[in-house]
Design a binder for this molecule. Structure first.
Ligand SMILES: Nc1nc2c(ncn2[C@@H]2O[C@H](COP(=O)(O)OP(=O)(O)OP(=O)(O)O)[C@@H](O)[C@H]2O)c(=O)[nH]1
Ligand SMILES: [Mg+2]
Length: 245
C-alpha cells in the first residue's frame, strides 16, 4: 500500500505559498496580490518516490495567535491536525519581516522545512543569503527556491522525502525569553506536560497561557473535553493553570 503523508504550507501573506502548492499539486488555483489571496485552506495531493502526500495551503498570516480567523485556522491546523511536515514559506526579499512567523512555527513543531521563495527576485536585487548559517541557527533545513521559475523544487522534494524517512532529523532552535518569563514558562510547561502528555507542545501551551490567549484556551477545552484522562480535571484545568503564576 502506498504511504500517505501530510504537509502544511504556512507563511506570511503573499510569499508564494499557493504558487508552490499549485506547482506541487498541479492545481490551477488563482494566485496574485488580490484575487489569489487564500482565505480558506485548500488541500491537494502529489506523489514523490512512491509516497503520496496530502498538502494543505494555509492562509497567509503575520502571526499565529488569535488575532483573526485566518490566524486561528492556520494555528489550529498546525497544532491540532499535526501535519508531519510544516513548510514555512518565506519571501527571500524580506527575510527579516518573515522570520518572526518561522520562529512562531518552530515553537509549535520541530518538523519544519524553511523555504526561501522568490529567490529569482532576491538574486535580481543582489540580496545574498547564506542558507547554511540560517540552517545552523534555526536547526531545520532551509531551502532556496523560486516557485515562479521552478528552481529548487527538486531539492525541496528530496528534503521532504529524507525527513519522512528519518534520514534528516531536526533540532529546532528554542526562543529564549527573559529570566522572569522563563521562570513562569518552566512552571506552566510542567503543568501543561502533565495535562497533555505529549498531545500538545507543552512549552508552546505555556507561552500562550502567559499571553492569556482566551480563544485558544476555549479551543483546547473544546477539542480535549472528555478526551483526557486524569489530570485534566474538567473544563477548569487549562484555564486555571494559567492563573496560577
Ligand atoms: N518573482 C516571483 N514571484 C513569485 C514567486 N512565487 C510567487 N510569486 C508571486 O507572488 C504573488 C503571490 O503569490 P501567492 O502564491 O498567491 O502567495 P500566497 O503566499 O499564497 O499569498 P496568500 O494566500 O495571500 O497568503 C503572485 O503574484 C505570484 O506570482 C517566485 O518564486 N518569484
Ligand atoms: Mg495563497
Amino acid at each position: 500500500m502506498i504511504e500517505q503523508h501530510t504537509i502544511a504550507l504556512a507563511g506570511n501573506p503573499n510569499t508564494g505559498k499557493s504558487t508552490l502548492f499549485n506547482l506541487l499539486t498541479g492545481l490551477k488555483q488563482h494566485t496574485g496580490n488580490w484575487a489569489g489571496k487564500t482565505v480558506d485552506m485548500k488541500a491537494g495531493y502529489f506523489s514523490h518516490k512512491d509516497r503520496k502526500y496530502e498538502i494543505v495551503d494555509l492562509p497567509g498570516t503575520y502571526s499565529l495567535y488569535s488575532n483573526s480567523a485566518d490566524e486561528e485556522l492556520a494555528r489550529n491546523y498546525i497544532i491540532f491536525e499535526k501535519p508531519e511536515i510544516t513548510i514555512v514559506v518565506l519571501d527571500a526579499t524580506s527575510l527579516e519581516r518573515n522570520m518572526n512567523l518561522a520562529l512562531q512555527v518552530l515553537e509549535m513543531t520541530g518538523r519544519v522545512i524553511v523555504v526561501m521563495n522568490l529567490m529569482d527576485e532576491a538574486d535580481k536585487r543582489g540580496i545574498l543569503i547564506n542558507e547554511k548559517i540560517l540552517m545552523r541557527r534555526l536547526g531545520v533545513p532551509v531551502i532556496k527556491i523560486s516557485s515562479r521559475n521552478r528552481t529548487g523544487v527538486d531539492m525541496l522534494l528530496d528534503t521532504i522525502d529524507r525527513m519522512i524517512t528519518g534520514e534528516i532529523s531536526t533540532e529546532p532552535v528554542t526562543v529564549v525569553y527573559d529570566e522572569e518569563t522563563e521562570k513562569k514558562i518552566i512552571l506552566l510547561e510542567e503543568k501543561a506536560e502533565n495535562i497533555f502528555q505529549g498531545r500538545l507542545p507543552a512549552r508552546w501551551v505555556a507561552l500562550r497561557l502567559l499571553d492569556g490567549d482566551q480563544r485558544l484556551i476555549e479551543e483546547i477545552e473544546k477539542r480535549f473535553a472528555g478526551r483526557l484522562e486524569d489530570g485534566f480535571a474538567g473544563r477548569a484545568s487549562v484555564s486555571t493553570i494559567g492563573r496560577s503564576v
